[in-house]
Design a protein around this ligand. Structure first.
Ligand code: GLN
Length: 281
């Protein structure tokens, strides 16, 4: 019989050979799932022999990961801003850059009050940003929209699991079915071009929905639509905050300078100008 440590070492070597990033960590996460324990608890049972059924469950997980299926899809969940969200092919896997955008948003002085009364999340996907904002601002009402029925279904499941009630989830292609105005609008729209997608890791290229990644006009068509239409839906002094791709935030801040009272950009932890903050006149 093989011990936990033997299986972990073999799996990490197998993942390395398959080009899986973070092979040790992923092997540990998947083994912990197969043994129904926490990752750190593995370290207390290195010598423990694995049963045949545990081993066969783990082998199935490891085979999927070696084919570059994302860890989050195999585990079926992801941690995002203190929430545990369901995660599968129906929507983009929530990213650390988007958590960082929320950190930035929460630091903004919104409308001279402690919380924005009305918040809109455009292209909510799994519901990650909308749910994190609804939880952080319990007195606000949040509208989350998406054009994809599958994403809306996942966002609804996530709202139910997190028991978050100050949220409405509605089908809309950007602003198409929205008449209301907001104090804060957020979006992580598709912003990659064809070349960037072809160069992305298989986890992104083959498992995230392409509609959440790719935008025409060198990745900028959806961002332009959002920045062009948001002023009609922002209350006086309200903010639009978007995540952007390489080189896009600077370009957009010049193109749309007449649409807003003030536009700022901010870098992510990798020093890319990743976020644009547009304050309504
Ligand atoms: N940040 C994502 C990536 O690079 C792209 C998501 C998007 O286009 N909004 O994988």
């Amino acid at each position: 019989m093989q011990s936990v440590l033997e299986v972990l070492d073999k799996c990490a070597a197998y993942f390395s050979a398959k080009g899986v990033p973070n092979p040790k960590f992923d092997a540990q996460m998947l083994l912990a799932r197969a043994l129904k324990c926490k990752r750190l608890e593995l370290f207390l049972q290195f010598e423990r022999p694995m049963s045949d059924s545990e081993l066969s469950l783990f082998r199935d997980f490891a085979r999927r990961r070696a084919k570059r299926e994302p860890l989050q899809h195999i585990l079926g969940e992801v941690e995002f801003f203190g929430l545990r969200l369901k995660c599968d092919r129906r929507a983009l896997i929530p990213r650390p850059e988007t958590e960082e955008m929320l950190d930035n948003i929460i630091k903004l002085r919104l409308c001279n009050s402690s919380s924005p009364a009305k918040i809109l999340d455009l292209g909510t996907g799994s519901g990650a940003m909308a749910l994190a904002l609804a939880k952080h601002f319990p007195d606000s009402s949040v509208l989350a929209v998406d054009a994809s029925d599958q994403a809306l279904e996942l966002a609804r499941e996530n709202a139910a699991v997190a028991s978050i009630r100050n949220i409405e989830i509605r089908k809309s292609d950007w602003f198409e079915n929205i008449d209301e105005s907001f104090d804060l609008i957020v979006a992580n729209p598709p912003y990659l071009n064809e070349i960037e997608i072809s160069e992305a890791e298989p986890e992104v290229r083959e498992f995230d929905p392409i509609s959440a990644l790719l935008s025409p006009d060198n990745g900028m068509r959806d961002l332009r639509k959002i920045l062009g239409n948001a002023p009609k839906h922002l209350n006086c002094g309200g903010f639009l905050v978007c995540e952007c791709g390489l080189g896009q935030a600077e370009k957009l801040s010049v193109e749309f300078s007449n649409f807003y009272g003030k536009i700022d950009t901010a870098k992510d932890l990798s020093h890319v100008e990743r976020y644009i903050f547009c304050q309504a006149k």
